[in-house]
Structures are given as structure tokens and as C-alpha cells.
Write a protein that binds this ligand. Sequence first.
Ligand SMILES: Nc1ncnc2c1ncn2[C@@H]1O[C@H](COP(=O)(O)OP(=O)(O)OP(=O)(O)O)[C@@H](O)[C@H]1O
Ligand SMILES: [Mg+2]
Length: 359
Amino acid sequence: MSLAQSALPIGISGIEKRFGAVSILSDLSLDVAAGEFLTLLGPSGSGKTTLLMILAGFVRANAGSIKVGGEEIITMPPHKRNIGMVFQNYALFPHMNVFHNIAFPLKQRRVSAAETAERVERALDLVQLKGLGERRVDQLSGGQRQRVALARAIVFEPRIVLMDEPLSALDKSLREHMQIELRNLHRRLGMTTVYVTHDQREAITMSDRIAVMNAGRIEQIDQPEVLYARPRTKFVAGFIGESSFIPVESRNGSVWYEDRKLRMNDAAPSTGRHLMVVRPEKLRLVADVGETGVNLLPATVGDVIYQGDSFVCYATLKDGRQVTLRDYCRSDVLAKLPAPGEPITLGIDAQDVVLVADQ
Ligand SMILES: Nc1ncnc2c1ncn2[C@@H]1O[C@H](COP(=O)(O)OP(=O)(O)OP(=O)(O)O)[C@@H](O)[C@H]1O
Ligand SMILES: [Mg+2]
């Protein structure tokens, strides 16, 4: 079973959704490439499920357009959209066995018994549940149920698969295992996938691109590595990975942290106050304060927490601001771990200086 040739792009534009007087999605536009694995990531209530439901056709938007392969589908009923969907809570039929759960969408589409049997077999094989067709759903583990839900979503060879937090009910190790399985399945089948999670690590592991949602809007959409290294807003920087924010000022084409001119690769932003986004792993302890080509930040050590493979050092800058440094416990690093109360110099390289608006 390969869906690659039937994968289609999705063009979402100008979507508005209100519940009563409350605006949930406002002027939301998003293009998903054919065969892309795109994740909607955002805090609870940011509108991820609502957008997925609009794509699937279960919720009607107040305005906007959704095109699949160039064809407008915004008024098309759900069963005509040819979209597979995996809900957060599996939504399997508990009174049916695995086979009949997976066969359900085929039955709805009046596929013959012989073809249904063949397709269900192939779907079971794909999700590695061969031989479990007769098993009742309530006799399966959480991960197995999740895979049944997935098999049911892909058995009718949909052009698009939507998944709403499909792994959130699973324990950590099964979740990580399923992340890799889902990713591999996507690679093999190539279906255009819109995936929802509020687990940033899951989003980073699985996605071609991530759209970060905040209060019904998309704040930034980029590849995971770009989103992490170059967040464009304070919200994105705070939501993906850990960050400390250091206030800086841009004037006359340079950026200043107190009386120090920052070395940075990017051009200086517009005149005024900004925030420097500092990731714990981008900060380092500088032994030689004469070192050039690095931004030096004098600080005082607060707590140092040893975590086996790595350590975390909380430090306070001269202005009283807290920053966090993390590094691996290589022998050379361990030999000179700072002690609480000790004055230190932190360094951040010019290429790692990222600024966002202070708001
Ligand atoms: N049927 C409804 N009637 C009124 N408000 C609703 C309805 N469905 C959702 N909302 C509201 O819309 C907003 C977005 O909800 P949505 O379920 O899309 O968020 P989400 O990003 O999926 O959140 P979560 O991560 O918690 O699943 C929330 O404030 C929610 O309360
Ligand atoms: Mg949701």
C-alpha cells in the first residue's frame, strides 16, 4: 500500500472560527505541502483541535477556504473529504473486534467483502498487528489500540491523515516507540499529515515543519531546527526549549547589553528595547576573560545541580537576572565545576545571539 502518488497539498486561508461572540481562530492561513508531516503545537485552548475539526469537516468555519489539491472542500461533508482521522481517545468501537473496527470505513464506502478482507490484512500488517484481527478491542494494550485507530485511519487510503494527540494517553517508553513507528509509517506511505500535540519534544522528533499556535493564531511556522535556533517571538522561544531572556537595547546600528556592545552575526534590529534569547546549552563558562569573539556576561553562581550525565548551573547576572547554563559532565568540565556564590564569566558566541521583541 503506497499513498505517495495520491498525497495532496492542503491550502488553508483566512479561516475564522467563533463560538458565540468568542473568536477561536482568526484569519488563519497555512499551506501544507503534499506528503508533508506538519505539526500544530501550542498550549491548551490555542485552537489546535478546532482547526483539525474544521479540516475534517466536523466543525464549520465562519469564513475562509480549504483547498485540497486545488479543490475547495470547505462545504463538503466529512465522509466525502477522504480524510483519515485519529482522535486523542482512540474512539474505537469497544463491542467490535479489531478486524471490524478497521473495516468500518470500508463498509461505509461499500467496498466488497473480499477487498475489505485484503485491505484490512494489509493495514494490520503495516501497523504490526498481524494475526490480531479477531481480538476484541478491550483485550488490547494502549499501544495496540492506538495502532488499530491508525490502521482504521489509513485503510481507505485517504489523501490526508489528521491526528489529534494520538499518543498522549500512552506511557513514556511506548510513546517514544510509537513516535518512531508513526514517523516510519509516514515515510513509507507518504500521506499528507497534520498532527497535533502539545509535547514540544514529540513535535521536534516527528515533524517536517511545526506551526506554533498561540490564541488562535500561528506565531511561527518553520522546520524544527529553525524554530529552535531562530525563534521569532518571545512566545515561541519560551514554548520550544528552555530560555532565559536578557534585555538589550538597539541604537545606532549596534545592540547593547548594559555598557557592553554585543557581538552578533545577525544585523541589529530596529532601535529600541529587545530581548536576547539564551538557551542553556549555548552558554558556557569562560575561563579566560581576555577571550575575544565571544560575548562575556559576568555573573554569580546560584545553585549547581549535578544530574549524572550533565549539570545545570543557575547564575545571576549583575542586573539581578537569572540565567541557566547546562553542559555535559566531561572530565575536564567536572574538574572545575563552579561553586555556589562564586563569581564567574559566562560566554555566548556571536552566532548564537538571537533577539526577539520585548513585549
Ligand atoms: N463547541 C465549543 N463551544 C464553545 N467553545 C469551544 C468549543 N470547542 C472549543 N471551544 C473553545 O475553543 C478554544 C480552542 O479549543 P481547542 O479544543 O481547539 O483547543 P486545543 O488547542 O485543541 O487545546 P488542548 O491542547 O487542550 O486540546 C478553547 O478556548 C475552547 O474552550
Ligand atoms: Mg485539543
